[in-house]
Every structure is written in C-alpha cells, then in structure tokens.
Design a protein around this ligand. Structure first.
Ligand SMILES: *Cc1c(COP(=O)(O)O)cnc(C)c1O
Length: 825
C-alpha cells in the first residue's frame, strides 16, 4: 500500500501543512508547552483544537445564515447524548482525515496512540442516548437547522471494571482535564426556579394571575458542542446545561444569618448536573431526577423563547412556524407544561390560544413498552418541586377529560384509563399520557413497536386520536458506524467502484450485491473481516488476558445488561456446548469466541449476577485444556461507544435475542449487520425489518413471536414444563447453579435459577431455549461453508440502506417536523 504522503494531492498537502501549523500554534499559545514536553494527550488536545478551529468557521457561517433567514428550527430535547469520541468523527466529517493522519505522522507520532487518548463523551446509558447522537449527525449532514438540548453531566455513565468477575463502578471523570469540544457561553445563562409556593394574585385589570414565589433559583450555563455534518458546511450545535448556584439559591439561610449553611446549601444547586442516572429502561422516581428534567427543559425553553423573541418579537402565532420540538422519550415531557406556563403566566396568552400553539409544536417519541420504564411522578413530589406546574397539569387534564366525556359520555372507566393523573392511594402523574396529550405526533421506533403502541400501550389513545400515532424506524449514522470504524471495508468499496458518496447515500452499497458470489470479492471481504478480528484479538489479549483465534467465529452480544435482552440465554447455549464437548472431546464443532460487552445498572442485582456468572463460566472454559480452545468466552469491561467501534467491525455473528415484543427497535443490530455480521435473532424490534431487507436466507430467526408470547402469558406459562422436558436445558441450568463455577461462593448464581423457575421466567428464556440451540446449529453449519457465509455477510452490508439515520431523519423532517433544509453556500 502506498504511504499517505504519496497519495496526497497538492490541495491536501496545503491543508495538511495548515493543520500542522494549527497544532503547533495551540501547543504554544493554548497549552504554553514546547513540543519536546508534550504528552500524547497534549498532542490529541492540540489536534482537536486545530480541527475545531475549522469547524468554528463553518459554525459561525451556519448560525449567521440561520439567524438572518429566521429559519424554522428543530429542537431535540434529550436527557442523554451518547456521543463517544469526537476527534476522528469530526476529522472525517470535515474531510481532513488523510491530512490529519499525515500531519500527525510528520510530527513523529502514532495516529492511533494520539486518538486513543480521547475519553468518550458518555452522557447516556445506551440505545436512546446513542440514537440522539446519530440524529445530530444526520441533521447536520442533511443541512437541517437544528439544536440539541441536554444536560452537561460532570460524571457521565460510570466506568465499569470487574473484581473477581463482579462489576465494580467508578466515576467517569471525562471532564477532569476539560474538553476541547465545548464552547462555554455564559452570556446565554438562564435562571431557573424550583420549589416555593403559588400565591393567588390579580393584575391591574382584575384578572387572576397566580404567582410562583419563594422559589429556590439556580443558574444554567450553556456548553455548546459543535456538530459538523459530513461533507457539508452545516455546523449545528448541541447545547448542554450545567447548573450553578445563584446567590439567592436559599434566601432563608442568608436571612437567618447562617453564612456557612447558606454557602453549603448553594452546593445543592451545583449537584443538579453532577451525574447521569445509570438506569436504562427503569425509572426510580428520585427527586433529583425530576429536578434534572425540569432544569434542562426550563433552560432550553427559555433559550428557545429568547431566540424566537429576538427574531419575531411577540408574534406568538409564529411560534409553531419557527420551532418544532421533539421529545426523546418522556424524560423532557414537562416541557409541554413549562411552555404553557411561559405563554399563560408570563406572556399572558389565553389558555386555548396557548394550548393550540403548544400542541402544534411538540412531538413525542416512545422508546419502550416495558411498564417498569414508564415514568410516573408522585403528585406530592410534583407539588413540592413544581407547584405551579402541578396546577397546570390539573388544568390540562380537566380539559382533556371534558373531551373524553364528549367522546364517551358517562364512561368513567375510560377516563380513569386515559387520565394524566393515575388515581389511587398514591396519586401519580403519568408522563407518557402528558406527552401524548400535548403532542401532535407520537411515534414508535420500529414498525412492530409502533403497531404494539396502537394495539397495546396507547390503544385507547389511538381510538381517540386516530392520526397521532405513527412509526419512524430508528437508524444509525453510516459515518461513525462504517466509515470511521471500518476503514478497510471503505477502501474495498472504492476498489470495487462504489460511488465515493456512499457515506451520505447508503443506497450506493446495493451495488455490492453484484459481487456477492464473486470469489475474489468474497475473499477480499473476508480478509478485511479477518484483519478486524486480529485487531480485536489484540484488544481482548490486552483487556482480558485471554488469547483468542481470529479463525474462530466471533459471536458478539454487546448491549446493556437486561433480563429482556437475555444475555443468560446465550450463557445457557455456552454451557450446553461446553457440556457436549466435555462428553465428546472429538466433537467436531465450529470454534467460537463468545464476546460480551454490557453494563448493569448499579442497583439491578440480577443483571450484576448474570455478569458475574458469565465471567465465572468464562474463567473455567478458557482454562480447560480438554476442549483444546474450541470455545472461548470473554467479557470486555467498560462497554462504551469507542469499544463498540472496535468490536463491531470484527463480529461474525450478532446476537439480537430479546423476548419478542420487548425490544422497541435496537440499533446495535443495525451497526453489526452493516459491518457484515449475520444476525441470530427473534422477530422483535427492527430485527423484523432487517429480515425484510436482507432476505430470509441471510438471517437466522428463531423462537417465539409476539403472538406466542402473549398466548403464553394468557394461558399460564410454566417454565418447569420446559425445564423438566429438556434434559440439556435442565443440565445447563443445574450445572450453572451447582457451585461448580464459583466454589468460593456456591450460591452466587441462585437468583438466576429462582427467577427462571420459581418466579415464572417473565422473559421466556426457557421457552425459547431449544429453538435457540437448534438455530445456533444452523449458524455453525453456515459458517463451515465460508463462501456461503461470505455471500450472506456481503448481502447484509449491501442491503442496510434503510437503516441509515439519514433516512430516519428525512422522514421526521418530512412527516413530523415539516422542516426544510438550509444548505450553507
Ligand atoms: C448502539 C449502542 C447501544 C444500543 O445497543 P442495542 O443492542 O440496540 O441495545 C448501546 N450502547 C452503546 C455504546 C452503543 O453504541
């Protein structure tokens, strides 16, 4: 292969020189260091700053244009953004990849060592936060005017490591040394109120206008992260709010003359944005979480109103023309109420006028049907933290209930079902109901999920608002999840004449279908996979101290640890194969490396037990000479975006084995298939649509379907029937819980057994076991025929265009936001 310098055109040489000068400029004038003193981290910082300078030029251009043209904007409200590393992505998006590599090489440095210095920006838990990050990339790439709003967590998702196989959490100190990717904007700070009480009062016309008084106040400071589109001049930004105390945070304490107590209580203001709650799909009802939600929503709406009033004065009827707001799950749903408060209390609009504006502005994305994930807040907590908002919710609900009465006179049962307030011993505010009532569109995130919203979770709402529910199948950005992470495959596309614009036009890959049976292409495709596997094998050796063979099948399950995702089903398969091998050492099985990556919520005991169990089984299997390395099991610690980018290009098999009806979409499934991994999966979430796209012959589907799961639930599912009816299953589960794999703590895994047997196996692990084992046999048979496997893998990569987040965002823009593009000259 030619070295980069031989390939660089004159224009790129100039650009490379400019970058190098930028790097050295920042080394001297930003870090005040001589090059000889600089660490890899210093070089990473200076390269980032040099790249940032270019992005800022286009950001100023973009924002000037958006403001001068007073464009319609999309505001994306999300509590989570799982951005990962920014440098490599930005270098690709602004098209200076080769130049940057060359500059780093000319400075005598290693590209990978410099890039590996970057801490992930891990301000999210999993799929929901990563979706927000992919959407920002697509919005900018499609030249759509948009601002993302969220929280600037001082500590993102915890860092995970294992002690004797058990998860241990450590704080994520990503911000310790600051980040080059933020621009702090104190001039746009906002003051936000909490707590206090509502006082009745009348204006000078004798009209009732309640006042929210005696509040505690905090300051929100914007940290702007530029978001550069791929191969375009558009640079949008993500505005993240950090909290600071105001002097009047607790006036009471100051007035009492207790200076020290008053300053101490100021610290409470600073805790709001301190840490991301590490729960994925499980709400915990903590006061600080509600405070976080209102804090970032109130800052964001005040910012949106400031921008609107600057350009449009108080022409409120223009508000829905200038602003579309998307709620990423119900976490920011309080925004519906906050905008009513602003319009009715502050701007003095009539209720009906305000409500008609609000309901034209908001749209809501639902991300789950799991009841434990649906947010409710106790009325008591609401009254304490946001007393005025509780009154407004009651008013919204009163008027909504009147409409329900008109539609279904006398049907109190339907009112109870639809009410925003859940009655009962502890009255609760149902945030999903608030979001549905306050939005003009509500979408699910895959076809199957959106259908289930209509028939299950929101069935009655669907009767009431027949045009509100819709589908927007999730997607992933092909920039991060193919161009950045799989350079080898990108080069192969070029050799085979795939148009160069494939990263923003994923349909281009369909041309690969022509080569699916071409032997040379198959070999080249599989050679790249092999290189990627070798690189991952090095990571595994470094991280886990386990040697794995890149010729073995890499069987990958990477996602949050959750019972519904069923990592323990894969563990039962591993135990079954291990058992078979021990009883027949000559058994001719396809060698496999099982690769896991997953964080468990710190309070989710069973999820932590499953991690411990996988690690314990791994330790026994990896050290058992009798099976001659035919099976290896590795659990890579600290699964995160940058680790995903190393695992995904090296995967042969993608495990997407959730209980049918429980995974709303999944996006890991899309990343893996795009990189040529074959899916073994249930008919759940977007797996259904992946199957439609790649074809039945190029995916491994098994197990219960949604109807089957529902039938089992209706007619009484008895996991013992499966346990007693399947000798291999019984053996695997008994063996796991026998103490054999953890002699020092023989009962360590008892809870897994208890959940699957005595507690009724809510996620049908035992019911799907046999179908899964049999399907894995079919996978192994396919892998033995490397040419057949290569063809299937190629067809997966070739047929993933639908799952580009560019397609998803264009659908949102056309059908929900009605948002025109604004190309920057
Ligand atoms: C894509 C991604 C996820 C979501 O994975 P699923 O398999 O869809 O649950 C979670 N975490 C990270 C770091 C990701 O990149």
């Amino acid at each position: 292969m030619p070295t980069p310098s031989e390939q660089l055109s004159t224009a790129k040489m100039a650009s490379c020189l400019e970058l190098k000068q930028g790097i050295l400029y920042h080394m001297r004038y930003t870090l005040a260091l001589r090059a000889e003193q600089a660490s890899h981290r210093d070089w990473w910082l200076c390269l980032s700053l040099a790249v940032r300078d270019r992005i800022i030029d286009d950001m100023v251009l973009t924002q000037t244009r958006h403001n001068e043209d007073n464009v319609r904007r999309l505001y994306y409200l999300s509590m989570e953004y799982l951005m990962g590393r920014m440098l490599v992505n930005n270098v690709h998006n602004v098209r200076v990849f080769e130049e940057a590599q060359q500059a780093i090489s000319e400075l005598g440095l290693s590209w990978h060592e410099v890039c590996d210095e970057e801490m992930d920006m891990g301000l999210g838990n999993g799929g929901l936060g990563r979706l927000a990050a992919c959407f920002l990339d697509s919005l900018a790439t499609l030249d759509l005017p948009a601002v993302g709003y969220g929280i600037y967590y001082e500590f993102g998702l915890f860092k995970q490591d294992f002690h004797h196989g058990k998860q241990v959490e450590h704080p994520d100190t990503w911000i310790n040394y600051g980040t080059p990717w933020e621009l702090i904007r104190p001039e746009y700070a906002q003051t936000i109120q909490f707590y206090g009480r509502v006082e009745a009062s009348y204006d000078s016309f004798g009209n009732y206008h309640p006042r929210w008084v005696d509040t505690k106040n905090v300051l929100g400071i914007p940290h702007d992260i530029p978001v550069a589109g791929y191969d375009t001049k558009t640079v949008n930004f993500l505005r993240l709010w950090s909290s600071r105390s105001t002097e009047d945070f607790d006036l009471d304490e100051f007035n009492k003359g207790d200076y020290v107590e008053a300053v101490r209580s100021k610290a409470i203001g600073e805790t709001i944005s301190k840490v991301l709650y590490p729960n994925d799909k499980n709400e915990n009802g903590k006061e600080l979480r509600l405070v976080q939600q209102y804090f970032f929503v109130a800052c964001s709406l005040a910012d949106i109103m400031r921008r609107f009033e600057r350009n449009n004065g108080s022409d409120w009827d223009q508000l829905p023309e200038k602003a579309a707001i998307q709620l990423n799950d119900t976490h920011p749903a309080i925004a519906v109420v906050e905008l009513m408060r602003i319009l009715v209390d502050d701007k003095r609009l009539h209720w009906d006028h305000a409500w008609s504006l609000v309901t034209r502005i908001f749209a809501y994305t639902n991300h789950t049907l799991l009841p434990e994930a649906l947010e409710t807040w106790s009325v008591g907590l609401f009254e304490k933290v946001l007393p005025r908002h509780l009154q407004l919710i009651y008013e919204i609900n009163y008027r909504f209930m009147e409409q329900v009465e008109q539609r279904w006179p006398g049907r109190d049962d339907i009112k109870t079902e639809l009410s925003i307030i859940q009655e009962g011993q502890h009255k609760m505010v149902r945030m999903a109901h608030l979001a549905v009532v306050g939005s003009h569109k509500v979408n699910g995130v895959a076809a199957l999920h959106s259908e289930l919203l209509k028939t299950d979770l929101f069935a009655r709402f669907h009767e009431f608002y027949p045009d509100k529910l819709t589908n927007k199948t999730n997607g992933i950005t092909p920039r991060r999840w193919l161009l950045n992470c799989n350079l080898g495959l990108g080069q192969l596309f070029e050799q085979y004449g795939i148009e160069k614009d494939w990263p923003k036009n994923l349909e281009r890959l369909r041309k690969l279908e022509e080569f699916a049976e071409d032997e040379d292409f198959q070999l080249a495709f599989m050679a790249i996979k092999h290189q990627n596997k070798q690189r991952l094998a090095d990571v595994i050796q470094a991280e886990c101290g386990v040697e794995v063979d890149p010729n073995a099948m890499f069987d990958v399950q990477i996602k949050r640890l959750h019972e519904y995702k069923r990592q323990h089903l894969s563990l039962l398969n591993i135990l079954t194969l291990y058992h078979r091998l021990l009883n027949d050492p000559d058994l001719d099985i396809v060698p496999r490396v099982f690769i896991f990556g997953a964080k468990a919520a710190p309070g989710y005991a069973l999820a932590k037990t499953i991690i411990h169990a996988i690690n314990a089984v791994a330790d026994v299997i990896n050290n058992d000479q009798r099976i001659r390395g035919k099976l290896k099991v590795v659990f890579l610690p600290n699964y995160r975006v940058s680790l995903a980018a190393k695992i995904i290009p090296a995967a042969d098999l993608s495990e997407q084995i959730s209980t049918a009806g429980k995974e709303a979409s999944g996006t890991g499934n899309m990343k893996l298939a795009l990189n040529g991994a074959l899916t073994i999966g249930t008919l759940d979430g977007a797996n259904v649509e992946i199957k439609e796209e790649v074809g039945d012959d190029n995916i491994f589907i098994f197990g219960l379907q949604v109807d089957d799961v529902q039938a089992l639930d209706r007619h009484g599912y008895n996991p013992y029937d499966y346990y007693h009816g399947d000798e291999e299953l019984k053996n695997a589960l008994d063996w796991l819980c026998s103490g054999y794999f953890c002699p020092h703590e023989p009962h360590a895994f008892d809870d897994i057994r208890t959940t699957l047997l005595e507690h009724g196996d809510r996620f049908k692990v035992l019911a799907d076991y046999r179908a899964y084992i049999d399907c894995q046999e079919r996978v192994s048979e396919a892998y033995r025929d490397q040419s057949r496997w290569a063809k299937m893998a190629i067809l997966n990569t070739a047929r993933m265009a639908k799952f580009s987040s560019d397609r998803t965002i264009q659908e949102y823009a056309d059908e929900i936001w009605h948002l025109p593009a604004c190309p920057i000259a």
